[in-house]
Design a protein around this ligand. Sequence first.
Ligand SMILES: NC(=O)c1ccc[n+]([C@@H]2O[C@H](COP(=O)([O-])OP(=O)(O)OC[C@H]3O[C@@H](n4cnc5c(N)ncnc54)[C@H](OP(=O)(O)O)[C@@H]3O)[C@@H](O)[C@H]2O)c1
Length: 165
Amino acid sequence: MNAIAAVSLDWGIGKGSDLLFHIREDMQRFRSLTSGGCVIMGRKTLDSMPGGKPLPNRRNIVITRSPDFSREGVEVAHSLQDALDLAAGDDPDKVWVIGGGEIYAAMLPYCRLCYLTRVYARPECDVFFPNLDTKAVWQILRSGPIVSDGALDYQFIEYINRDLP
Ligand SMILES: NC(=O)c1ccc[n+]([C@@H]2O[C@H](COP(=O)([O-])OP(=O)(O)OC[C@H]3O[C@@H](n4cnc5c(N)ncnc54)[C@H](OP(=O)(O)O)[C@@H]3O)[C@@H](O)[C@H]2O)c1
């Protein structure tokens, strides 16, 4: 499986329950990569989505410790292993860890690729993605040009986990 995230220069990904960036091309890329697949997220990330609703056209697996949690259109996992078991029958290239900070940190060792949108900005943030540049197992596989949406410069970068086949 893979992870996908938009990160600031400080590896920030969120402030409270909010995203740091709303870049149209980044949103479109997220939708096009993950549609038709399976997304795995933490309960706080689900709650941060409009209306707390799952993403359409995707299997939505949500990880929570709460035994009573249920939400329409969501498959509930009570541990990381539960989530891995639920997704085990899916094509691994179409299983996506989509956040947030706790879930990225816990599930990165199971991810083969990280599709990052590196945004060249340093907004205030309190939720972070692990800094892959300090982890020897993660290496840059591909990086695109630095582009701008008029307000923000950003770059699509793929990292590969050398620990996984
Ligand atoms: N930039 C990006 O690409 C991106 C993407 C996604 C999210 N975000 C941002 O990330 C932030 C949310 O991240 P977060 O770290 O606060 O929360 P999170 O990772 O979305 O969810 C954390 C929750 O997941 C559950 N959980 C975590 N580990 C678990 C385990 N081992 N077993 C069972 N349940 C577990 C718990 O739910 P319960 O409390 O229900 O038990 C925990 O409170 C928001 O700011 C959001 O906007 C950014």
